[in-house]
Design a protein around this ligand. Structure first.
Ligand code: NMX
Ligand code: MLT
Length: 402
């Protein structure tokens, strides 16, 4: 057995009375680690084999069209050619129909201000302010379809390069439209599209309990809009222990600046001594190297084998696990998805690491929206009840003013 979704996913029959988990005091204040709280229809995470989207190991899907994988998360089956074409057409149409001026608020922000994840969250709220239908599927599809435009505008407006922004061409598909809007063509664009599509598919979903998905679903359970829920999810993703680890990891790689194993070992030990995380390693569920890390390293070996950052990443992959294993409290000493992704994004031309988490967020919009929709449709359409876990009072003796 792996994640708690599995028994039901595999068809085991459980009665409502069957015990799934026994809570003892040690589970309190543990970040809900391992505590089953619900069911998930889109994906599950095997501690060793990694994430599976509706049963498929993610590696099997990594070279598909990104729209087909989004379709899988929403419909629980891959589309046939006709369904695929119709879905791409629907997304292209919705992308085209973005309300005029929906993203004008980004033009009022000072270039270079805040973090790109702040801009992402503001942009999602701005799109919701411009148009919320109240129908969770329509709002989800509109958001997914309009994300490439939001992403391109964040990159160019925050970067002070507004004049480079090209008018959208939504018929190109999600990733290609984004690259087009940035004004990139030719071989550079081809390489970018290949890596971004691969990155996009690997990051779309990761079970129901990861912090951003869980936060988005918790907000959605109060019947907040898809936009408000997704902005909350993006804020949850922005922390360095979660999505911003891809930025932190590349900055770490740049600080290390060498693939010499003994220098790396000294660096990692000094970080641990200073009680700082070793970014790109460890996980709340995985207990082996994340298959997504392996897949990204394989892609890197193909597209940027001699890149200096990629060389450091490969050295970290070898040097770090034995050091982390010296600390028995660290449950997973192996690479996670964030180890190599930044070095690939850098190699294809995205030179500023603080933008990397926006790519993670863009991809995860699909998985979180699909999970919100599943929760809204659950219990014969009544939807999941409002999230309301229990906290046990501590150090609160009864008091009165008199
Ligand atoms: N570097 C240093 N310390 C670590 C690491 C690491 N990579 N991984 C775990 N630990 C520590 C952790 O801080 C905790 O210490 P304490 O008891 O003093 O609070 C202890 O080891 C036990 O933690 P675990 O149960 O192994 O891990 P947990 O589930 O709590 O946390 C992460 C998971 C991912 C937050 C943690 O491994 C980490 O901080 N990794 C580095 C940051 C990172 O790469 N995050 C990206 C995760 C994937 N994503 O994209 O979201
Ligand atoms: C991931 O993709 O690894 C995450 O969302 C972290 C998690 O699953 O807890």
């Amino acid at each position: 057995m792996t994640e708690w979704q599995l028994p039901t996913a595999l068809g085991f029959v459980m009665s409502e009375e069957d015990s799934l988990f026994t809570i003892s005091e040690k589970h309190l204040d543990s970040g809900l680690r391992g505590i089953p709280v619900g069911t998930c229809l889109t994906s599950y995470v095997d501690p060793v084999e990694g994430v599976h989207y509706v049963g498929y190991p993610v590696g099997d899907l990594s070279n598909l069209e990104e729209e087909d994988v989004i379709y899988l998360l929403f419909h629980k089956k891959l589309p046939n050619d006709e369904e695929s074409a119709a879905f791409r057409k629907e997304l292209a149409h919705r992308g085209e129909e973005i309300p005029t001026g929906a993203l004008r608020v980004l033009e009022t922000l000072t270039p270079g201000s805040g973090h790109p994840m702040d801009w992402l969250s503001i942009g999602i709220m701005a799109m919701g302010a411009a148009e919320t239908t109240g129908d969770a599927r329509s709002d989800s599809m509109n958001l997914i379809a309009r994300m490439p435009e939001l992403m391109a505008r964040i990159f160019l407006l925050r970067g002070g390069e507004k004049e480079k922004l090209r008018p959208r061409k939504t018929e190109l598909g999600l990733v290609e439209n984004f690259v087009h809007m940035l004004g990139i063509d030719g071989g550079e664009a081809e390489r970018m599209k290949r890596v971004l599509r691969f990155f996009f598919i690997l990051h779309m979903d990761h079970g129901g309990g990861n912090l951003s998905t869980f936060s988005g679903k918790a907000v959605a359970s109060g019947r907040a809009s898809v936009y408000a829920s997704l902005a909350s999810a993006m804020n949850a993703l922005s922390g360095p222990l979660h999505g911003r680890a891809n930025q932190a990891c590349l900055e770490f790689v740049q600080r290390i600046g060498t693939s010499d194993h003994s220098e790396i070992e000294d660096f990692v030990r000094s970080e641990l001594a200073a009680k700082r995380p070793i970014y790109g390693f460890g996980h709340g569920v995985l207990r082996a190297e994340d298959p997504r890390a392996r897949l990204l390293i394989e892609l890197g070996s193909e597209i940027c084998p001699d890149d200096e950052h990629f060389q450091v990443v490969k050295a970290l992959r070898e040097v770090v696990p034995p050091i982390l294993k010296e600390h028995p409290k660290i449950k997973n000493p192996y690479p996670n998805v964030d180890l190599a992704s930044g070095s690939l994004l850098h190699a294809i031309g995205f030179r500023k690491p603080h933008y990397y988490t926006t790519f993670f967020g863009w991809a995860r919009v699909a998985g979180i929206c699909a999970q919100i929709l599943d929760e809204r449709n659950s219990r014969d359409g009544r939807g999941v009840p409002i999230y309301r876990p229990k906290y046990i009072a501590k150090d609160q003796p009864s008091r009165r003013l008199d």
